[in-house]
Design a protein around this ligand. Sequence first.
Ligand code: Z5A
Length: 257
Amino acid sequence: MNGKRGKYRAGDELRLPPLFFQGPAACPCGFCGAIKMKRFITFDGIEGCGKTTQMGLAEAWLRERGAPVLATAEPGGTPLGRKIREILLNRGAWAIGAEAELLLFAAARAQHVREAILPALERGEWVLCDRFADATLAYQGFGRGLDAGFIRTLNAFSAQALKPEMTLLFDLPVEVGLARAKKRTAGVRPAAAEDRFEQEERVFHGRIREGYLSLAAAEPERFRIIDGAGSVEIVHRDVCRCLMALPQILFRGGGRA
Ligand code: Z5A
């Protein structure tokens, strides 16, 4: 993927107020040509890793400091994305093969990037996103075994070559994550009504964890691996540390957070 088919090209600058934008940087991985967008932060990891909890806390942390924030999630984030989410997380109502699943996630992302993420970045907002393209590589690539090269191409196409500036990967043992997810749904819905992904075997989630870790190892400048097994407070402290290390974390008034 040469990164030239989307709206942005390597080296492009968006016209945004300097306080809120320092311009995109070409992805340093050297082969994908993707555009890393400042203030675009993604939260990812295996099921039950605590990313949704932590993203909520990070959003509040940024807002308290006067930063404009779009907090969003995949699949979702737009009316079309929410419809696709309903289709994908169906309770066994219809079959979805791995190929169709991949394309549905890509369709949701394409609309999400076009309708919500890029406009927010152009307005100078921080964009916090609960899962993004790495989830497709982890779940549909490492998990389902679909071709990683094709997924990368599709990811770049659907995301208009957009990449997060920083990806927080919440890592923890599969058993701990699945136990948390089960605890959350216990009593809320019968075991038979767990969503399709929650029903997958432990080995599937193990592949996904390993997949995420190998993605992080391949792009250490973008990924921050956070130990997700600690308490909510300790994990939040680690998230804040990562945010504070970003060069553009200067807030209105000029002070550091
Ligand atoms: N998917 C995909 O296959 N391909 C793609 O491209 C994309 C997604 C984008 C839905 O994702 C499914 O879509 C997902 C991957 C697939 N399937 N799976 N597995 P999702 O992100 O919407 O759903 P999820 O993965 O199941 O995440 P979640 O349910 O939102 O969980 P979470 O974000 O990892 O954790 P949480 O909601 O913050 O916490 C879970 C529970 O643990 C909750 O009760 C918390 O109170 C508790 N918790 C949180 N932190 C802690 C700590 N530190 N200690 C103890 N307990 C905690």
